[in-house]
Ligand binder design. Sequence first.
Ligand code: GLN
Length: 491
Amino acid sequence: MVEPYQLTAWEAADLLARKELSSRELTESVLQRIERTEPVIHAYQTVLRDSALAAADAIDESRAHGEAPSRYAGVPLALKDNMCMQGSPTTCSSRMLESFVPPYDATVVQKCMAAGLIPVGKTNMDEFAMGSSTENSAFGRTMNPWDLDRVPGGSSGGSTAAVSADETILSLGSDTGGSIRQPAAFCSVTGLKPTYGRVSRYGLVAFASSLDQIGPITKDVRDAALLLQIISGVDSMDSTSVNAPVPDYPAALTGEIKGLRIGVPKEYFPAGLNAEIRGSVEKAVQLLKEQGAEVVELSLPKTDYAIATYYLICTAEASSNLARYEGVVYGRRGASQDNILEMYMSTRSEGFGPEVKRRIMLGTYVLSAGFFEAYYRRAQKVRTLFRQEFEQAFKQVDVIMCPATPSPPFKAGEKTDDPLEMYLSDVFTAPLNMAGLPGLVVPGGFSASGLPIGVQFIGPVFGEEKILNAGYAYQQLTDHHRQKPPLVVPS
Ligand code: GLN
């Protein structure tokens, strides 16, 4: 028998509409699953048990009167712990914000609650979203449900592990250089980074503002489409949100891909690429070709500069954004307070972990007088070249297919002593952030040793419908997304 916590949102919505399931039953089932699974996985930073049950009861009540706020009202949702929710701790998995309770809701939180979704908790992450393994959390690592000795990816590793281990129905993550897509690949779930400006960043704790974007992490493409529908749209509180009509994303899922032109960029299949990842992605391309898609070989030579450019831009913006944590306005205040300089210094040395400090130092250097032109300005110019290169590519193709990560999930501790090695995890994801493009990662199968492999679809600006439909067609032909980790939790 299927337990309610195993449902997708669209399956749950049908049962809720037919009154075969109540939101109270669904939410209780998820909360109980969280309780049993958390000792093994540690996906959550905070579980919002009481408010979730109260919200579920309110939705059941409104549905009984025929007044449910949406089709998906009553479905549980997990939020990455860098999205503000009024009255609930928002720590960014940092000592700096350990006791920060926001006085307002992020726009995405507001929209999800207006649609009747039920926030069941805040998920663990790399501190301030800096990392690719969720090992940079100040509150302990998250386990990969497919192999507990391995990382779930990062920085949204709590959100992807929660979806994979059925500890929520829906989830939201954020993606600055790959933080939705890389952990989605590592945990075998569906993750979408929308076009920059599609979703409001108001109330998302800033890491690198010109790259950050919030997006859905779900059990399948259909759920990703419906959650994107709920969170998209212009917002007067975020001047970088774009005033473009929000299409009916679920309606775009026709599964029809005859004539779809799929670009395959050779730079995303380098000689050293893990052979099983290459095999899975090539098989996915072949499968869509058999359904009538047309495959076009592409070259995106700027890919070589992705890591260098991304780490100049994101550290510069992080150094500037994180200047606000000085012990006066937000969060923690350091122990040493003899004078203001000491107070700043003790606050920042006690509050930030080693990776955050490294990024602030790199970014401050990159922006400093004398180096600004050589590093930051030049990186911005290279960023324009990335955008142009993709624009050219999208004159020839509708979507691009490629790997999400260069390797399957790695062992915990394997890359923590070598930041550069960790940074290389982002090579296939960061270019999209620099160009502002949407990217979807779906489960693409498993290695011989049972480790998840992701397949990435890249679209042009506001091409979410195209990549969602291509991913949907792929999920109709495969069942990787229905596989569950062999997780043993106490019953
Ligand atoms: N892994 C990348 C980094 O460490 C991406 C992080 C993100 O997307 N938030 O910067």
